[in-house]
Design a protein around this ligand. Sequence first.
Ligand code: CP
Ligand code: NVA
Length: 302
Amino acid sequence: MKHLLKLLDLSKEEIIEILNLADQLKYENKNGIEHKLLAGKTLGMIFQKSSTRTRVSFETGMYQLGGQALFLSNRDLQIGRGEPVQDTARVLSRYLDGIMIRTFEQKEVEDLAEYGSIPIINGLTDFCHPCQVLADLMTIREHKGRLDDLKLTYIGDGNNMANSLIVGCLKVGMRVAIGCPDDYRPDPKVLEFAKEYGDKLLVTGDIMEAAKGADVVYTDVWTSMGEEAETEKRKIAFAGFQVNDELMSVTNEGCMVQHCLPAHREEEITAKVFEAHADEIFDEAENRLHAQKAVMVKLMSK
Ligand code: CP
Ligand code: NVA
């Protein structure tokens, strides 16, 4: 594994190795055991979109690993004034030991990897959010003790989160149901990938059908970053695509709720369900730190 561009590129074994290392780093972190595995290394973090969790967890993670992280905003970099990503990649490769990038197009992340010579980590694109799903899988395994054959139901937009959840969950042996409006289905490339998993993936407009027998219910905002102009249209399209008590009533006993955050209460999730599952949701947010430290160690410690 040279980069983390999308989960489609990883094998089941690579995903499980990251989760195992993440568990170990979390244990060490909680018990005051230092692990300066990236001493002297620098991660550049390019942000073309806002972030709370991704920025703070990567920056803190690098510090805990003995290295440092540089926050590089699109507003300040020459990339924001049109310097080609191919040139940026080759320049930054001469200074840094790794780059985390959050941007719009997946192609920009793939280009960085192609033209640069250091590990590239995708911190969210319109297509996918692999770091988030590694933290999600870590959290689910922590709470449930296993991943194999669990059913995850995702309610809402067939967006970057849905795309990455489908790929990540199917690869580790889970079943997935997506409850989404017809016009907001997951990316065709992801649905094509899922074909080899047969009926382990269900995509339906009927959210109660999707939620039946779920072990984990997941949701995300109706309007993602970059889609703000469609907010009102989306409120209409997604009305009813909500995680609430009625939906939870058809899930399995002990069903978890996960949300990548930020959450919009009374839109994709009720405040009541959110608060009832807040511990699971904030464990998930915490695990961004541990899972990403594992990714950075795997990619940057050589
Ligand atoms: N879940 C997530 O990626 O959060 P941020 O947008 O705050 O980084
Ligand atoms: N789908 C959301 C995820 C945020 C972490 C977005 O892209 O804005």
